[in-house]
Design a protein around this ligand. Structure first.
Ligand code: G1P
Length: 286
């Protein structure tokens, strides 16, 4: 069984749907309740055993890079004030030295291009990819569920969910060979097919466990859907040598790349917090 140690977080997007908020604040730094969106993806990765965090950033993401630093002054102030709970939460957002790196994507050439930029850092081991826009609420964090399933069946693995046929053009979609439990074996995968062309309604959600052979495929793929270098195309090409499994995760996914999805996620996460769901009964919770 291979330990999945490294994860790639593509965070180079402009976040235009959140303008003007994203004019100076990276989209991944927008707060969902009281922590930036990126923190949820990092927490999920850590819970799944990830030890190396590779962020694919772009110009204008300085606040995201700074976010993972320690803040000695603030920590000292909170410690002196006896705010132990806040101090613990603040410290949990620090990235231990040597665990993370940033790679710049100079041009927005697509998700496949972003992932490919981490090839040297990933090396010759399987790796995870998490798209922070896809926020998943689950009892067992989604990537942790996938790591457990991947230990059993290996290959390339993508998280999946059922979508209405009319929505297939927003997702990568699997061509299903057969299903067993939460897993579907795929014989193909296409990026953003029109509803009438979609091979199924099993859509890919932004969590992947991939073999290094996908990195090699990414070196060769041409621009695909939307004129971009697509991760989907490299995974599909890798079917020549590597099985592809979809994992129908347990949990709820929110599309935080859209304002509506962000609001929905905010409400769902707030309702799960005792101090926010019933604030009058939870005075002094923090
Ligand atoms: C990306 C992937 C797509 C996947 C989706 C999940 O698309 O290319 O295959 O289904 O994420 O959110 P994007 O939403 O970045 O266009």
């Amino acid at each position: 069984m291979t330990h999945i140690r490294k994860a790639i977080f593509p965070v180079a997007g402009l976040g235009t749907r959140f303008l003007p908020a994203t004019k100076t604040v990276p989209k991944e730094m927008l707060p969902l309740i009281d922590r930036p969106l990126i923190q949820y993806a990092v927490d999920e990765a850590r819970a799944a055993g990830i030890e190396e965090f590779i962020f694919i950033t772009s110009p204008g993401k300085a606040a995201l890079e700074a976010y993972f630093d320690t803040s000695p002054g603030l920590e000292h102030t909170l410690a002196a004030a006896g705010k132990d709970r806040l101090l613990a939460e603040l410290r949990a957002s620090n990235m231990p030295e040597g665990q993370h790196s940033f790679v710049r994507q100079a041009q927005p050439l697509g998700l496949g291009h972003a992932v490919r930029l981490a090839a040297r850092l990933v090396g010759s081991e399987p790796f995870a990819v998490l798209l922070p826009d896809d926020l998943i609420r689950a009892d067992t964090p989604c990537l942790q569920q996938m790591v457990a399933a991947h230990a059993e069946i290996g290959g390339n693995m993508v998280a999946t969910m059922d979508v209405p046929r009319a929505a297939t053009s927003s997702y990568g979609v699997l061509d299903i060979e057969h299903r067993f439990g939460r897993t579907v074996r795929a014989r193909g995968m296409v990026e953003k097919p029109a509803p009438q062309d979609a091979p199924s309604t099993q859509a890919v959600v932004g969590r992947y466990i991939l073999q290094p052979s996908v990195m090699a495929r990414l070196q060769g793929v041409a621009a695909g859907a939307g004129g971009e270098i697509q991760l989907t195309d490299a995974i599909a090409a890798d079917l020549a040598t590597t099985p592809l499994n979809g994992y129908h995760f347990e949990g709820q996914r929110f599309d935080c790349g859209s304002v509506a999805g962000y609001i929905e996620a905010t409400l769902a996460f707030a309702m799960a917090r005792p101090d926010l769901a019933a604030p009058q009964q939870a005075a002094g919770w923090r």
